[in-house]
Design a protein around this ligand. Structure first.
Ligand code: AKG
Ligand code: FE2
Length: 251
């Protein structure tokens, strides 16, 4: 899979290689100034609606898995409208990392936008994740659990995270050189989305240190986890590569 271990900056070539799973990650530095980061962090922590899938994560915003797959499509898209309005207020008080990121990607890819569902509207995109403890081994790949949704047609899936507050110890991103296949689900924890460590046995592990202020993009079909940390705050979404050479963001 990976042709090299190095983590490169963003350009058309690295973006295509990440989609093809030929490199492990892309790192973007200097995305926002320290004052923008602080303003955004404060606004996010005050206003964003808190929802949760596991006790280690306080989710600021919603997720298609938690409010959609586990509840219903109607529920997710009703909330998507409401929460997108709430987030517009958060951005108005600080800056809008979502449109800034879409503009940045658009410099390297012809067609980038927010994911849309026929008959329902736009997906919500851009969720905050405040973590305490470790995040277990998992993958994020919509065709695994989202048949009947437009994202079920995802060909490649990336995740981007803008790190807003990273503790000085721990919180590294753990990335295995192993792409999810249906048969791996035999290692899935009962009734949950994560896996026992047997699933990555023998696969190469890359530990990616992350820092406040930077963005890291991964191919989220690979197994990944986050090392133990307290009050680790990140913001981001998924990016689906779809037929017609499109990139579409959603959370
Ligand atoms: O915060 C991170 O480093 C990664 C979080 C994660 O699992 C994801 O964005 O899919
Ligand atoms: Fe993930």
């Amino acid at each position: 899979m990976w042709e090299e271990d190095e983590i490169h900056s963003l350009n058309s070539c690295t973006l295509n290689k990440l989609l093809q799973n030929k490199i492990p990650a892309i790192r973007i530095q200097g995305f926002a100034s320290p004052s923008e980061i602080n303003a955004f962090k404060d606004a996010l922590l005050i206003y964003a609606r808190k929802t949760s899938s596991v006790k280690q994560v306080t989710r600021l915003g919603i997720s298609q898995y938690q409010q959609g797959v586990l509840e219903s499509k109607d529920h997710y898209f009703n909330l998507a409208k409401e929460v997108s309005n709430e987030f517009a207020a958060v951005y108005a008080e600080s800056f809008n990392p979502l449109t800034r990121f879409i503009d940045l990607l658009s410099q390297y890819f012809p067609d980038v936008g927010i994911m849309h569902e026929e008959g329902y509207g736009d997906y919500f995109a851009g969720v905050g994740k405040l973590r305490n403890g470790l995040s277990p081994i998992h993958v994020d790949f919509a065709p695994q659990d989202s048949q009947g949704w437009a994202i079920g047609e995802t060909i490649h899936q990336l995740a981007w995270n803008f790190y807003l507050d990273i503790p000085s110890h721990g919180g590294e991103h753990l990335l295995w050189e192993k792409e999810w296949k249906r048969e791996d689900d035999k290692y899935m924890a009962d009734g949950n989305y994560y896996y026992s460590s047997e699933v990555v046995e023998g696969a190469r592990l890359l530990t990616v240190p992350v820092q406040t202020g930077e963005i890291v993009l991964i191919n989220s079909r690979n197994f990944h986890a986050i090392a133990e940390a307290n009050d680790r705050l990140a913001y981001g979404s998924f990016i689906s590569y779809l037929n017609g050479n499109k990139l579409r963001l959603w959370s």
